[in-house]
Design a protein around this ligand. Structure first.
Ligand SMILES: NC(=O)c1ccc[n+]([C@@H]2O[C@H](COP(=O)([O-])OP(=O)(O)OC[C@H]3O[C@@H](n4cnc5c(N)ncnc54)[C@H](OP(=O)(O)O)[C@@H]3O)[C@@H](O)[C@H]2O)c1
Length: 426
C-alpha cells in the first residue's frame, strides 16, 4: 500500500512516499481504508523527535514507527472477530494507528460512524484537536463521559478521555503514546489516512484544496441533561456565589449558554480553532489570541474579540483561559484569570529543546491545589463520546493536500501558514 514514511528525525523533508505492507488486524481491531488523515502538531513532534524527551517513546536514535499519523476518516475494510460495532463498508472517523497510509488499524472505541454531512477530510481533522479543545474548555463530551470535575483533578471515569494531574505525562497525546510530551505518529496507536474524499485534490495534484467553513450549530446536549438557561451563570450553586465562579467551573456542572468569559491563546491553530468554535457554540464570550494574518479567520470561528499578540498585550479578566501556544508564564496567565478562574494548558512550542515546556505544566499541576484558581494540564485522548460531541460544530478545515504532498502539509503547519486544520487525502 502507499504510505508516508520517515526513517530519521528531521524537518518535513524526511517524509516520503513508500510502498509498505498492508497492516494486519487483531481480533479486537478494525482495518480502515483511509480516505483522509489529519495533520497536527503531534505528527510534527514525532517527525522531528522534539522535544528530545519524547524520543523515549518515539525511539531514541530513529523513529520506531515508520508511518506517521493518528487521525483518520475512511471506510471499514475489515473487522476482527471480536468487533461488533462496525462492519465492512461503514464510513468512520477517529484515531487509529499510522494513518498516513492507504490502510490503518484502529480500535473500535476510538471510532465513530461518520455523519453524512461531514466530508472525509472534515471528519479526519476532528479527533485529536477537537477532543483536546473540548476537554480544555471543560465541556463534557456530549454528556457525561467526563464531567468537569473528572477532567480537572479527580479520578478518571471509565469513559473519560482526559488525564488528570496525577498522570505521569501531562503533555503526552494519545493513549498509546509512550512519549511524555507528544501526541505523535510514532505512537503505537497512531494512524494513517485514506482516499476518495469528496474534497480531495487527488494524488499527484500540484495544488491543495482550500475549504470554507460549514454551517454552524451548537454542541449537542448530553442525554438527560437540563437545557441551560440564560441564568446558568448565576446558578445558586455554592461556587456560583463567589466572584468569577460559574456552574461550569471545576467541580460544577458544565452547561451551554453559560456566558463564560473565555480566553483562547493560540486560536489560529488546530486546537485553537476548535476551541473558539466550541466555546462560541457553548454560549461563551470568546476572546481569541493569534497573529496578524489569522485575525479574520479567528473572528470567523466566532471570537467576540481578537487580540493580535504581535501588536498588543493580552488584557482582560477571564473565567477560563485555554493556553495552547506561546509558553507564557503562569504568573502572567494567572493575572488574566478571575479569582476562581480556571487555566487549561494544552501545550506550546516555545519550551526548551529537551523538555519542550513540560516543566510549566508540572509546575501548574503542583501549585494548583494551593490556589483558589485552578491550573490544569490534561492529556486528552479522543474517544467515541468526544467524537460525537464534535460532529455538530462547523469544520475548521482550511486546506487539504494529497498524501504524497505530506511534507508540504507539514511544512505549512510548522511555518504557521494554516489558520485552522489541514488534512491529507487519498
Ligand atoms: N494536552 C494535549 O492533550 C494536547 C493535545 C493536542 C495538542 N497539544 C499541544 O497543543 C499545542 C498546539 O497544538 P495545535 O495542533 O493547535 O498546533 P498548531 O495548529 O500549530 O497551532 C498553534 C498556534 O499557535 C499560534 N501561536 C504561536 N505562537 C504564539 C504565541 N506566542 N501566542 C499566541 N499564539 C501563538 C500559531 O499561529 P500564530 O502565531 O500565527 O497565531 C498557531 O496557530 C502543541 O504544543 C501541541 O503539542 C496538546
Amino acid at each position: 500500500m502507499r504510505a508516508i514514511v520517515r526513517d530519521i528525525y528531521g524537518d518535513a523533508d524526511v517524509l516520503h512516499l513508500a510502498d509498505m505492507p498492508k497492516p494486519t488486524i487483531k481480533p479486537q481491531e478494525v482495518l480502515v481504508r483511509v480516505h483522509a488523515a489529519g495533520v497536527d502538531r503531534g505528527a510534527w513532534h514525532a517527525m522531528t523527535g522534539l522535544p528530545l524527551i519524547a524520543r523515549l517513546g518515539f525511539g531514541l536514535r530513529r523513529p520506531r514507527n515508520r508511518i506517521p499519523g493518528l487521525d483518520l476518516a475512511g471506510v471499514v475494510e475489515a473487522v476482527g472477530a471480536e468487533v461488533t460495532d462496525f462492519k465492512p463498508g461503514d464510513e468512520v472517523f477517529g484515531e487509529g494507528s499510522s494513518s498516513w497510509a492507504e490502510y490503518a488499524r484502529a480500535k473500535p472505541h476510538r471510532l465513530l460512524h461518520k455523519p453524512p454531512h461531514l466530508t472525509f477530510p472534515q471528519a479526519a481533522v476532528i479527533p485529536t484537536s477537537g477532543a483536546t479543545a473540548l476537554h480544555m474548555l471543560l465541556l463534557p463530551t456530549a454528556l457525561g463521559s467526563s464531567s468537569p470535575s473528572s477532567t480537572a483533578a479527580g479520578p478518571r471515569s471509565p469513559s473519560s478521555t482526559t488525564h488528570g494531574p496525577d498522570s505521569p505525562s501531562p503533555t503526552t497525546h494519545g493513549p498509546d503514546s509512550p512519549s511524555p510530551t507528544t501526541h505523535g505518529p510514532d505512537s503505537p496507536s497512531s494512524t494513517a489516512h485514506g482516499s476518495g474524499s469528496p474534497s480531495s485534490t487527488g494524488p499527484g495534484s500540484p495544488s491543495s484544496t482550500v475549504h470554507g467553513l460549514g454551517s454552524a450549530s451548537r454542541v449537542p446536549q448530553p442525554p438527560g441533561s437540563t437545557p441551560p438557561s440564560a441564568n446558568d451563570h448565576d446558578s445558586s450553586s455554592s461556587e456560583a456565589e463567589e466572584p468569577g465562579v460559574g456552574p461550569w467551573a471545576v467541580g460544577g456542572t458544565a452547561s451551554a449558554g453559560s456566558g463564560r468569559e473565555v480566553l483562547v491563546i493560540g486560536a489560529g491553530g488546530g486546537v485553537g480553532s476548535f476551541a473558539v468554535l466550541l466555546a462560541k457554540a457553548n454560549g461563551d464570550v470568546v476572546t481569541a489570541v493569534c497573529s496578524t494574518g489569522k485575525v479574520e479567520a479567528v473572528r470567523g470561528f466566532g471570537a467576540a474579540r481578537v487580540i493580535d499578540y504581535t501588536r498588543e498585550p493580552l488584557t482582560g479578566s477571564y473565567d477560563l483561559i485555554v493556553d495552547i501556544a506561546g509558553n507564557r508564564s503562569l504568573s502572567q496567565l494567572r493575572g488574566l484569570l478571575k479569582p476562581r478562574g480556571v487555566l487549561s494548558i494544552a501545550g506550546g512550542e516555545q519550551g526548551g529543546r529537551f523538555f519542550g515546556g513540560l516543566e510549566r505544566n508540572l509546575k501548574a499541576l503542583s501549585v494548583s491545589p494551593f490556589l483558589k484558581q485552578t491550573l490544569r494540564a490534561p492529556i486528552v485522548i479522543a474517544k467515541r463520546d468526544d467524537l460525537a460531541a464534535l460532529t455538530s460544530i462547523r469544520s475548521p478545515l482550511q486546506r487539504t493536500y494529497p498524501l504524497e504532498e505530506a511534507s508540504n502539509a507539514m511544512h505549512s503547519l510548522a511555518t504557521g501558514q494554516i489558520a485552522g486544520k489541514v488534512a491529507l487525502t487519498l
